[in-house]
Design a protein around this ligand. Structure first.
Ligand code: SAH
Length: 348
């Protein structure tokens, strides 16, 4: 085992195999698992339940963690952290502290290959997928931090949304594996319903996800109900056009009986007319779904603007009138470029 591997990419079964190969007694699995996911230790040295010899063997063979926080930006209750990975690449994650919950937004890739016109991440191209360990490490980092704050009832992460940098469904297996590890009831124990995965609409992955039998929320980034416009905003719409995408969403809903959230960034005079709202309502009519409207977050170098308050209110009202369940997500962390689609590492 080379030490580019990390302890955090092991599920319980692989941890058990790893320890069995070293002739460790079975109870060591639970000791290490509890140290990592319940006690939230941040180094091998803190795993005091195991013998020093095993600690040393772990240090020699297996990295503990592969992400290092190097910068933090705070805007009121939103905190963005820049992490450096073992190979020098950078990613960001964002914690949003609300009254009753703490929502963490994690990245799944370094950069992104999709190149959506309105999104900052795609501007610097795609570098690589994150490993399971790198995805989990983002959550553990904030979980440890929150625990030290001891705000009443709010010292834990309550939701993890896979809506940071990258496309989770183009890093499918690491994404799903990270959810399963964090969901383990004997460990971190975050319920499946506390996770949301957001996809641009990778149809084969939606199909695959519908068979996972997981209670994880699925969000699909729609942003337009017209192929011509969606092609322009989201190049991969040419591969996975709307009719096929909606068919896949419908099959997902039928199979899982779970509601889909459609995300729609309102871009001034681009996709926010009443006729756009009507076409959206028609497209998703009858589906078990909810529409989440997000006024576009400004991205430097992109000549697109958030809809005016008047236009976004009329858009929302039009959807309501047509019986669509809809809400508006207002920008958070915009001053530190921690809003939806703003995550982009500037390597100075
Ligand atoms: N690749 C995934 C997750 C990444 S971003 C996806 O596309 O769903 C999470 C959400 O933020 C997506 O709905 C994305 O379209 C949206 N987003 C990207 N750039 C944005 C911007 N500038 N303003 C508002 N939302 C944006």
């Amino acid at each position: 085992m080379s030490n580019s591997h990390t302890l955090l990419e092991f599920d319980r079964r692989r941890l058990a195999e790893f320890l069995a190969a070293r002739n460790e007694p079975k109870f060591r699995v639970a000791q290490i698992w509890h140290a990592l996911y319940r006690d939230l230790v941040s180094s091998y040295a803190e795993i005091t339940t195991i013998p020093a010899s095993l600690r040393q063997a772990l240090i020699d063979d297996l990295r503990f963690d592969t992400i290092r926080p190097i910068h933090t930006a705070v805007d009121r209750c939103t905190e963005k952290v820049l992490f450096q990975l073992a190979d020098g690449e950078m990613i960001e994650a964002v914690l949003m502290r609300y009254d009753q919950r703490n929502t963490l937004c994690v990245s799944t890739q370094v950069g992104c290959s999709l190149n959506c016109r309105f999104c900052a991440t795609g501007q610097s191209g795609f570098k690589r997928n994150l490993t399971i360990g790198e995805i989990i490490a983002q959550t553990l980092y904030f979980a440890r931090r929150l625990r030290t704050e001891e705000r009443k009832n709010r010292s834990k992460i309550s939701n993890v949304v896979y809506m940071g940098m990258g496309e989770p469904f183009l890093n499918y297996s690491a994404t799903i594996a990270s959810v399963k590890i964090l969901n383990d009831t004997d460990g971190f124990a975050l319920g499946e319903r506390r996770f949301s995965i957001s996809t641009i609409g990778i149809i084969p992955a939606i199909e695959r996800f519908s068979r996972e039998k997981m209670q994880v929320n699925l969000a699909v980034s729609l942003h337009s109900a017209k192929d011509a416009l969606r092609n322009e905003l989201i190049p991969i719409n040419r591969t996975y056009p709307l009719a096929a995408l909606i068919k896949a969403c419908s099959a997902y809903i039928q199979r899982t009986r779970r509601r889909i959230t459609f995300e729609y960034a309102l871009i001034n005079e681009v996709n926010d007319s009443l006729s756009d709202a009507r076409q959206l309502a028609e497209l998703i009519q009858g589906l078990l779904c909810h529409v989440n409207l997000i006024p576009l977050n400004p991205v430097s170098g992109v000549d697109l603007h958030p809809s005016s308050a008047k236009r976004r209110d009329s858009f929302q009202a039009e959807l309501k009138k047509r019986g669509i369940s809809v809400s508006m997500r207002l920008g958070r962390g915009l001053r530190i470029e921690a809003g939806c689609g703003q995550l982009r590492v500037r390597k100075a």
